[in-house]
Ligand binder design. Structure first.
Ligand code: FES
Length: 164
C-alpha cells in the first residue's frame, strides 16, 4: 500500500500565488508541485481546477505529455532503462531483468520505500555507450549486470538528500 502523503496546502497556495493563478502557468505549477511530492497528488488536481479555471482533462494531458510530471507517486530516483535498438542489441534486456530483481519491482513500479521508480525509455542518444540507463539526470553506460547493481547500491548508500 502507498504511504499516505501529507499535503501542505499553504505550499500549494504559495506556488499558485507565485504564478498569479495564471492558467498559462499550469505546466510550471505542476512542475513545482512535482518537485515537492515527486508527482502531482490527485488531491491537488481539484485545487488546480478551481484556482486556475482549467479543465481536468488539460491536467491529465500535461501529465501525459511531459515525462518530468506524473500523477502517480514516483521514487526519489527515476531509473530509466534504454530499450532502443542499439541498447537492446547490447543487452538492455539483461539490465532490465537485473534491475527488476535488485529493486524487487517491475517496470513502471516504485519501491515501497519510494526511493526508486523503474522505467523503460526509448533511445536517449548515447547509443555507442549501450546498454545505457539514467538515474534522474545522470547517465550510466557500458553496463553489465554487476555494474547495474552497483549503480543502485551507490544511490541506496547516499545520504537522504544526496545526489550521485
Ligand atoms: S538505443 Fe539506447 S541510447 Fe540509443
Amino acid at each position: 500500500m502507498e504511504p499516505t502523503i501529507q499535503i501542505d496546502l499553504k505550499k500549494i497556495d504559495d506556488i499558485i500565488t507565485h504564478y498569479h493563478g495564471n492558467k498559462e502557468a499550469l505546466l510550471m505549477i505542476m512542475q513545482d508541485i512535482s518537485d515537492i511530492y515527486s508527482h502531482v497528488p490527485p488531491a491537488i488536481i481539484s485545487i488546480l481546477v478551481d484556482r486556475l479555471g482549467v479543465k481536468k482533462s488539460l491536467i491529465y494531458s500535461v501529465a501525459t505529455f511531459y515525462k518530468t510530471i506524473s500523477l502517480e507517486p514516483r521514487g526519489k530516483y527515476i531509473v530509466s532503462v534504454c530499450t532502443g535498438t542499439a541498447c537492446h542489441v547490447r543487452g538492455a534486456e539483461k539490465i532490465t531483468e537485473t534491475l527488476q530483481q535488485k529493486l524487487g519491482i517491475q517496470e513502471g513500479q516504485t519501491t515501497a520505500d519510494r526511493l526508486f521508480t523503474l522505467k523503460a525509455v526509448r533511445c536517449i542518444g548515447c547509443c555507442a555507450s549501450g546498454p545505457v540507463i539514467t538515474v534522474n539526470k545522470e547517465t550510466y553506460g557500458g553496463l553489465d549486470r554487476t555494474a547495474a547493481q552497483k549503480v543502485i547500491d551507490d544511490y541506496k548508500n547516499l545520504p537522504l538528500n544526496g545526489t550521485a
